[in-house]
Design a protein around this ligand. Structure first.
Ligand code: AMP
Length: 191
């Protein structure tokens, strides 16, 4: 199973990604988490990514694509994966298509979480207090939302044309949203 979870920053992708990945016994691969781990370890990749992340900008495609390619080449992703936060640009869509085609597989589904923008901004401001992320200041939050609308939201249309998009209402309790996703994916949740 090869899946993508999409939605604006703060839509709850990371939380839902864990449940979906657990169900399908595949790794949830979050590019944001990988970048953050590299930043905290001070690796060259982290040093390069940090200035983009702190400004709420996208890390250049070349850097991000290389990182994802390496990650999905890992043995644990051989039977599938769930991507959270990737692809974010048209160039990344094309790159991912190439990566998956190379393995002889296909992309099975795109779960798209829809949420109200005001709701998102308040969620992110709350998260900023709890987690203290450097990219959760109000200006950066707004920049990330704008970038999402400009660069990433149009990708949904590309995947819709392939008939693999499941749009899910992301507002509500975590388990309600999970239930909607599982229903859309025809999954019977384990009790
Ligand atoms: P996230 O945790 O997914 O919101 O990602 C945090 C930050 O990491 C983003 O604001 C970007 O700076 C960077 N990032 C994560 N994924 C990507 C991607 N696919 N393309 C470019 N930058 C990314």
């Amino acid at each position: 199973m090869r899946l993508i979870i999409m939605g604006p920053p703060g839509a709850g992708k990371g939380t839902q990604a864990k449940f979906i990945a657990e169900h399908f016994k595949i790794p949830a691969i979050s590019t944001g988490d990988i970048f953050r781990a590299n930043v905290s370890e001070g690796t060259p990749l982290g040093v390069e990514a940090k200035r983009f992340m702190d400004a709420g900008e996208y890390v250049p495609d070349e850097v991000t694509n290389r990182m994802v390619r390496n990650r999905i080449d890992e043995p644990d992703a051989a039977s599938g994966f769930l991507l959270d936060g990737y692809p974010r640009t048209v160039a990344q869509v094309e790159e991912l298509d190439g990566m998956i085609r190379f393995t002889g597989h296909q992309l099975d589904a795109v779960v798209c979480l829809t949420v109200d923008q005001d709701e998102i901004v308040s969620r992110l401001l709350q998260r900023a207090q709890v987690e203290g992320r450097a990219d959760d200041t109000e200006d950066v939050i707004r920049r990330r939302q704008d970038l999402y609308l400009q660069e990433t939201a149009p990708l949904i249309e590309i995947y819709k044309q392939r008939g693999i998009v499941h749009e899910i209402d992301g507002i509500g309790e975590v388990d309600e949203v999970t239930a909607r996703i599982f229903q859309a994916l025809d999954v019977i949740p384990e009790s």
